[in-house]
Design a protein around this ligand. Structure first.
Ligand code: MLT
Length: 243
């Protein structure tokens, strides 16, 4: 099994057509997706483009839709929610479709939407996604972080390393880490795995969120490991549902 990891969407080779892609945006898009689907959302439909989101959402029954998203970490005007996973409780999301756009996470999802299989991973659902990948007996996995406006993300690389560490320890087949980014993410995980929340708070985006206000609940939620069993899976281009 060949595993590659790319920090941001622009790093992914243009001819990418991976057998399986895993998109990560720890703070906070893929944690929000995992939480919403785990809490009973019908689907999360993601958009890099806000006009496309508005057009598509307007054709969805108002009582069955929620607009979720942010730019720069701040809730978008006219949206029901920003991008805090803790706001998306069972009562809020039950059987609703979330129409989501975020600064970086939805761009990464857009980049690899042509993958044969596409999953979203956060630290809470790391094991669930890893076990799914192992069950598929894949030859190639592309892991893609989200970063921040084209720059490296410490927390996304931490989660990529946590996935790679799990796959290395659990796979029955030979695992080949294809690029330096994958190797480096593993070292990052080994260094920070005992203090995940502190890593998230130390990251540049963690500091950005802290400067915007109290995000303690988000940091706590986003730093939980393997506590959600949900496997967010792309069922149609741009539509993520619980497998
Ligand atoms: C992102 O897309 O970079 C994040 O989801 C931003 C955030 O939620 O703070």
């Amino acid at each position: 099994m060949h595993i590659s990891y790319f920090h941001v969407a622009d790093d992914v080779p243009s001819d990418n057509e991976p057998e399986a892609a895993v998109v990560i945006d720890v703070l906070r898009a893929t944690t929000t997706i995992a939480t919403a689907l785990s809490n009973g959302a019908e689907a999360v439909q993601t958009f890099a483009d806000l006009d496309q989101l508005s057009t598509t959402a307007s054709n969805w029954k108002a009582e069955n839709r929620l607009l979720v998203g942010e730019r720069g970490g701040r809730k978008l005007q006219g949206f029901d929610f920003g991008n805090s996973p803790v706001a998306l409780t069972k009562d809020v999301v039950h059987e609703k479709r979330l129409f989501m756009s975020t600064t970086n996470g939805t761009r990464s999802l857009d980049k690899v939407r042509s993958a044969k299989s596409l999953f979203t991973l956060s630290l809470p659902n790391r094991k669930a996604v890893a076990d799914k990948l192992l069950s598929m007996k894949l030859t190639e996995i592309l892991i893609l972080g989200s970063g921040w406006e084209g720059s490296y993300s410490l927390e996304d690389s931490l989660a990529a390393g946590s996935l790679i560490a799990y796959l290395l320890s659990s796979s029955n087949s030979l695992v080949n880490l294809v690029n330096d980014e994958a190797l480096a993410s593993l070292a990052l995980w080994e260094y920070w795995k005992g203090s995940i929340e502190r890593c998230l708070r130390t990251s540049s985006h963690g500091k950005r969120l802290s400067a915007l206000g109290d995000h303690d609940d988000d940091f706590h939620c986003c730093s939980q490991l393997d506590n959600l069993a949900v496997i967010p899976t792309q069922t149609k281009p741009g539509v993520i549902q619980a497998a």
